[in-house]
Design a protein around this ligand. Structure first.
Ligand code: MEV
Length: 437
């Protein structure tokens, strides 16, 4: 029987690993050595990574790749992408190249407002609460003076606070809905600090207010937190060209455009397809979000909620053909930052920003929307022409070869063979076995 451990976080890294090895890994020297193999020999760098989270025992590598030739609003960029899925960077690069001689991608930020709520219980007379809120609102704003001093100097800060009656959804439930401008910061810490201060002031003021004292019914703060649903922090990216420019050896341009629009229409109306369609978009979005040290869980949660905003989960992209012009576009809610958090700590994130020519948060929003659109274009293009597996398996070939511990000579021979033959896991295994016998 395994006994619970106490004081685990206080143990040294080596002691933690030893405890894991004794408790779960039957003192497996291989497991211990693999953990240590991934430690960085630069102790300062390792310490930096150790301190990102609690109980770090090693580093977990993912490849950092780059996708060149992204022409975005007339600027040519190479995008950093962190992802494990073999075909994603290749697909992004292909899409970038495809649109390069067709004017590239165009992107615009529509709005940049973030939000958070103080969630309240109140079971008294609504009018009393509303009147109290109007009276106390200046004090709530004033209570943020110190927290938002710097942010305000730069042109950001709290935008507004309103009170919302949500008692239709839940008895006694009201919210202080707060909106913020956080400029180049994602702003999670800033927003949460503001909300907690607002909540504290609100409760203190309410406790001393005659309206509530007389009725012996006080509003109570349940919790205060930012929302990762940010439909007012929105970016749009698009591509367009004459349908004739879409012709390839597989299909003529007009038929391609029509089939493409149809594929998007299917993702618009069928949630089962929309989820996979959007997953393909997130292949690019997450890879760039990770490379730039942003919070991919927040971005994922917000984007998928946005995809359901009209009551049914649907495609994040749209496409049309009008007067022989094919247009394809995406709209994404994105609360991301280029300062603060991991962005100033992780050396590879710094590299990513340098590569992207030090974008502002607004510029990064545009780049992320573009990579999502590019990824979706690449996926649909494959799906409606050759099918997805051809490209996928070609890229996956190296993973299979690595699993089989193939030599460089074997790899070369395999690559020549599978240039002409369809790749599947079993076909590769059989071919390698044949080579070895
Ligand atoms: C695979 O990672 C992503 C795709 O399934 C996306 C799509 O179906 O549109 C190819």
């Amino acid at each position: 029987m395994i006994k619970p451990v106490s004081g685990f976080s206080k143990k040294t890294k080596v002691d933690k690993i030893e405890w894991l090895a004794e408790t779960y890994l039957t003192n497996d020297a291989g497991a211990i050595s693999i953990l240590k193999k991934y430690w960085n020999s630069d102790e300062k760098l390792q310490k930096l990574h150790d301190d990102f989270i609690e109980n770090t025992i090693s580093n977990y590598y993912l490849p950092l790749g780059v996708a060149p030739n992204f022409l975005i609003n007339d600027e040519l960029l190479t995008l950093p992408m962190v992802i494990e899925e073999s075909s994603v960077v290749a697909a992004a690069s292909n899409a970038a190249k495809f649109w390069l001689d067709k004017g590239g991608f165009w992107a615009e930020v529509i709005s940049t407002q973030k939000n958070g709520q103080v969630h309240l219980n109140f079971f008294g007379t609504e009018e009393n609460l509303i009147n109290f809120f109007s009276e106390v609102k200046p004090k709530l704003i004033e209570s943020l003076h110190d927290i938002q001093k710097n942010m305000k100097q730069r042109g950001g800060g709290l935008v507004d606070i309103i009170i919302k009656n949500s008692t239709q959804a839940l008895q006694g439930y009201y919210q202080l809905h707060c909106t913020f401008e956080t400029l180049d910061a994602m702003g999670a810490n800033f927003i949460n600090s503001c909300l907690e201060e607002i909540a504290k002031t609100f409760e203190t003021e309410a406790a001393a207010h005659t309206t509530f004292i007389d009725n012996d019914t006080f509003p109570e703060v349940v919790l205060s937190i930012l929302s990762n649903y940010v439909p007012e922090c929105l970016v749009r990216a698009k591509v367009s060209c004459h349908t004739g420019q879409l012709s390839s050896k597989h299909i003529d341009g007009k038929s391609f455009a029509e089939k493409f629009v149809r594929a998007v229409a299917i993702a618009k109306c069928e949630p089962r397809r929309a989820v996979t369609h959007n997953k393909g978009i997130m292949n690019g979005v997450d890879a760039l979000i990770l490379a730039t040290g942003n919070d991919f869980r927040a971005v994922e949660a917000g984007i998928h909620a946005y995809a359901s905003k009209d009551g049914t989960y649907t495609s994040l992209t749209d496409a049309k053909v009008e007067n022989d012009i094919f247009s394809f576009w995406i709209e994404l809610p994105l609360a991301i930052g280029t300062v603060g958090g991991l962005t100033s700590l992780h050396p590879l994130v710094k590299f990513a920003f340098d590569l992207l020519q030090k974008p502002t948060a607004k510029e990064l929003m545009k780049i992320v929307a573009v990579v999502g659109l590019a990824q979706n274009f690449a996926a649909i293009r494959s799906l409606i022409t050759t099918g997805i597996q051809k490209g996928h398996m070609k890229m996956h070939l190296m993973n299979i070869l690595n699993q089989l511990d193939t030599t460089t000579t074997e790899k070369n021979m395999v690559e020549i063979h599978f240039n002409k033959n369809p790749v599947s896991h079993s076909a590769v295994v059989n071919y390698v076995e044949k080579l070895r016998s």
